[in-house]
Design a protein around this ligand. Sequence first.
Ligand SMILES: [Zn+2]
Length: 114
Amino acid sequence: MSDRAGAEGRLRARLAEVTDRVAAQRRAVDGIVESARDSNADDEHDPEGATLAWERQQAAALAAEAERERDQLLAALDRVAAGTYGVCEVCGRPIPAARLEARPAATRCVEHAR
Ligand SMILES: [Zn+2]
């Protein structure tokens, strides 16, 4: 298996996990919205409503985070197809394999990571 095929397989495996997580978090948000509606909770005055609002916010934040990761993985797959995967976008040097294994969607080498 070439490096490129290895990278693509790793990205696709990670993408499948993240896609599941997006779906699970969306279901969690929907479930909290449902139960808030069922309990007829008032976010402002009912302590249970405030808890539900907080839980909904947390679940929505996790869903957004998973979606962001999914977008990064899709962009990384585009780079694999274009032949630019694993190259630092700042200095153009190869990103070390160990870093790509830990962070398959990395676009920068360690030195240029933020
Ligand atoms: Zn760099």
